[in-house]
Design a protein around this ligand. Structure first.
Ligand code: PGA
Length: 265
């Protein structure tokens, strides 16, 4: 795992945008796995700015989101369809036909999950998977005890996740309890993973994911087995890491040919 520690949320977001931009410039038809939640908002804002001001184009890219609530109308302001449209899709040149989210209102949820997996395969698989992390260690909506080989399926949100997401819905009683999520196994097949975390309430989950045992009780720990996983953290999310100094040293002494971050502007 490559661990990058940035001073604050904005620096984390710019650094993540550098990562995505470098991948996209190398492969304009990049298949990108996207995440929702508050963490990637700064990344999406920065990518949209680069699109507007610097000509960064997503015209040939394809996207697959990690998850969607079950039973929330697609046009509900808190659906992930709405979230992605408002925070990213409508600000860049991504064709709607190339953006994908699971349909949380499908009549046959199991068939929808199988079709989502097939669509990812048909697109050639995910090149770059952007991830957040839940304060219980989830990735996507793969809550603790999720099989580390799981595929796209229905999951029940933990009470902790329902509470964490209550802020978006104006109360825990309004948060749906079920979601369709790609599996840990699905995420694991992405050629590269990029996990972002910000804020002190993520510190324990980040430490468990990076330095704890590989366990289904912290689904993000499965990334220890991934051969190309980068974590970009802000200082406050990194405070629980025992080897923080070493990760900084590794990053600061990286050979030039391995670097993807743009020089400070
Ligand atoms: P957050 O959610 O970005 O809103 O903290 C992350 C997650 O639950 O995966």
């Amino acid at each position: 795992m490559e661990i990058v520690i940035k001073p604050d949320y904005d620096a984390m977001s710019r650094c993540a945008a550098d990562f995505v931009e470098t991948s996209l410039r190398r492969k304009p038809d990049l298949v990108i796995g996207l995440a929702t939640g508050s963490t990637p908002l700064g990344l999406y804002r920065e990518l949209a700015r680069r699109h507007r001001e610097e000509g960064l184009s997503f015209a040939h890219a394809t996207t697959f989101n990690l998850d969607e609530y079950i039973g929330l109308p697609a046009d509900h302001p808190q659906s992930y369809h709405s979230f992605m449209r408002e925070s990213f899709f409508r600000h860049v040149d991504l064709d709607a036909s190339r953006t994908h989210l699971p349909d949380g209102n499908a009549a046959d949820i199991a068939a929808e999950c199988a079709a989502y997996e097939a669509a990812i395969r048909a697109a050639g698989g995910i090149d770059l998977q952007v991830l957040g992390i839940g304060n219980d260690g989830h990735i996507g909506f793969n809550e603790p005890s999720s099989s580390l080989r799981s595929r796209t399926r229905i999951k029940t949100l933990t009470e902790q996740t329902v509470r964490a997401n209550a802020r978006f819905f104006g109360g825990a009683d309004k948060v749906p309890h079920h979601a369709i999520t790609v599996g840990v196994g699905t995420i694991f097949e992405a050629r590269q993973c990029l996990l972002l975390a910000s804020g002190p309430d993520k510190a324990a989950a980040v430490a468990a994911a990076v330095e704890g045992p590989l366990t289904a009780m912290c689904p993000a720990s499965a990334l220890q087995f991934h051969d190309a996983c980068t974590l970009i953290l802000d200082e406050t999310a990194a405070v629980g890491l025992k080897r923080g100094r070493y990760y900084r040293y590794v990053y600061d002494t990286k050979p030039a040919w391995q670097q993807w971050e743009k020089p400070a502007r």
